[in-house]
Design a protein around this ligand. Structure first.
Ligand code: CS2
Length: 485
């Protein structure tokens, strides 16, 4: 007989590794987006805060939800750094469901009387937002369908219908907490939900506006995708087979507004910060970390680098990263009171050097068409208005385009090919019909960025020049050009 390794459960897990040592007695939180980020971030804070259970909702894939249900709601978080690794098991999920299999169950869970918070990590893509106007994309096929349907399939439709249900039945208040990397994520989510309800001619609009809160939040932790290698490390550390471990860096940060309509876990016990300056923290995160991260990922992928630490170790990438961060992103931010920006910037470069984590360029480069609009346009427009050309922001967009748009005679390499982007096919169509490289860049910018950016001839021209240099002389030559300018 073969001895199978024990599977993860409340009975098999070593007690000292469990953050919450008992199954939560209630489910106060419904969380949409059961990906790795939520499981290594909010779930860890919640487990440390006490007895608040989370029902996890996966959008499509059943693998994580099945693993959690088969493992008593458990999975492990594998913390990796050059100084060593450690493992813990949050133990805060009371169950998991898959939205695509049962959208009505998602609406029912959010509408339930005991649910006090609905939180989201559904990525920028999940909000069905028009990139230029930042309003609900009323022509999005999912939204069009959801406006007619009582079993909505989009996240915005599901939350809106559930709030409508609350408004017309028990009327208990609730908080909608976006934990996605978007500027003013709470305010934007509120706008999208209210627009949906208005478009649906719902009578719940006023109730939602008055009784549901949407705090803004800034979330931060580098959390790669799970691979077989991470599973093997988790097995070594746990001695138990976990079907769904999550790798993460040691650093973690969460800053949010304290506006919860129906109570909240004591997240401050786990180090979360409640602040009235969240929007400033969001800008620091979105621009200094995420914006620079994008540039490192695209330059790295085009240079044949599989991971962020390998990319960041190239002198030309380190130079470009410091230039974009210090000269182009930083001046666009009013720092929060008492914030030590030098220490923050140095900690970023250390975090990006974490070779034990091996965060992939392909992962950071994925979804550029929905991530970059949150990172690049405002700092770029600000400098353009002052008559300054944001060279490294132009390089960021050029490098992204070279990764995801088919350009004649240019092969961006395997890491760029592996990047997933919802705009890939549309950008391919534009490339096939564009009259010139500048025309292609202008149309691509008009497709994903606010109109003002695509209308800046100078900026579009400069992006096209960088695209040309990357295609003919390579990414290092393009970075040299940006450094000289
Ligand atoms: C990254 C983020 O994929 C990306 O675009 O910049 O996922 C980043 O790792 C996290 O936001 C860190 O908190």
């Amino acid at each position: 007989m073969i001895d199978l390794p024990p599977t993860l459960s409340r009975r098999s897990v070593p007690r000292h590794l469990l953050t919450l040592d008992h199954k939560p007695s209630t489910t106060g939180i419904v969380h949409l987006g059961l990906g790795n980020f939520h499981r290594a971030h909010q779930a860890v804070y919640t487990a440390r805060a006490g007895d608040w259970g989370i029902l996890g909702v996966a959008s499509r894939s059943a693998s994580v939800a099945d693993a959690l249900n088969d493992q008593d709601g458990l999975y492990s978080v594998l913390e990796l750094s050059p100084d060593g690794s450690s493992i813990s098991v949050p133990g805060v999920h009371t169950g998991a469901i898959v939205a695509a299999h049962d959208p009505a169950a998602v609406v029912a869970a959010i509408a339930a009387e005991d649910t006090r918070i609905v939180s989201l990590t559904v990525t920028e893509h999940g909000y069905c937002m028009d990139p230029s106007s930042h309003r609900l994309a009323l022509n999005h096929p999912g939204i069009v369908g959801d406006l007619e349907s009582s079993t909505p399939v989009t996240v915005i439709g599901q939350i809106a219908r559930a709030l409508e249900h609350r408004a017309t039945t028990h009327r208990r208040p609730i908080t909608v907490l976006s934990c996605d990397n978007m500027q003013s994520n709470g305010t934007q989510t509120r706008g999208l939900i209210l627009e949906f309800l208005q478009a649906a001619n719902s009578r719940a609009v006023d109730w939602v506006a008055e009784h549901v809160t949407f705090p803004n939040s800034m979330v931060d932790r580098i959390v790669p995708a799970t691979t077989e290698a991470y599973r093997a490390t988790a097995y070594e550390l746990l001695g138990i087979d976990d079907r769904s471990p999550v790798p993460a860096e040691p650093f973690t940060m969460w800053v949010m507004e304290d506006r919860f309509a129906a109570g909240r876990p004591a997240w401050e016990r786990a180090g979360a910060v409640f602040s009235d300056e969240v929007e400033a923290y969001e800008l620091i995160k979105l621009r200094l970390l995420n914006g620079t991260h994008s540039l490192i990922a695209y330059l790295g992928a085009l240079d044949g680098r599989a991971t962020i630490p390998e990319s960041r170790a190239q002198d030309f990438i380190e130079y470009a990263a410091r230039a974009v961060l210090e000269d182009e992103y930083l001046p666009s931010i009013a720092l929060p009171h008492g914030f030590d920006v030098e220490a923050y910037v140095e900690s970023l470069f250390q975090r990006w050097s974490n070779g034990a984590l091996g965060h992939r360029t392909q992962q950071v480069g994925t979804d550029g068409s929905v991530k970059l609009p949150q990172r690049v346009p405002q700092p770029a427009l600000r400098l353009l208005d002052q008559g300054v050309m944001p060279e490294h922001l132009a390089l960021t967009i050029a490098a992204w385009l070279c990764c995801v748009v088919p350009l004649p005679g240019f092969d961006p390499g395997p890491h760029a090919h592996a990047m997933v982007d919802p705009a890939r096919s549309r950008l391919g169509e534009l490339a096939a019909t564009a009259g010139s490289r500048v025309d292609l860049v202008r149309k691509a910018c008009a497709e994903v960025f606010p109109t003002e950016l695509a209308e800046s001839n100078e900026f579009v021209q400069r992006i096209a020049e960088y695209v040309a240099v990357i295609c003919t002389d390579g990414v290092r030559a393009a970075a040299r050009k940006a450094a000289r300018s």
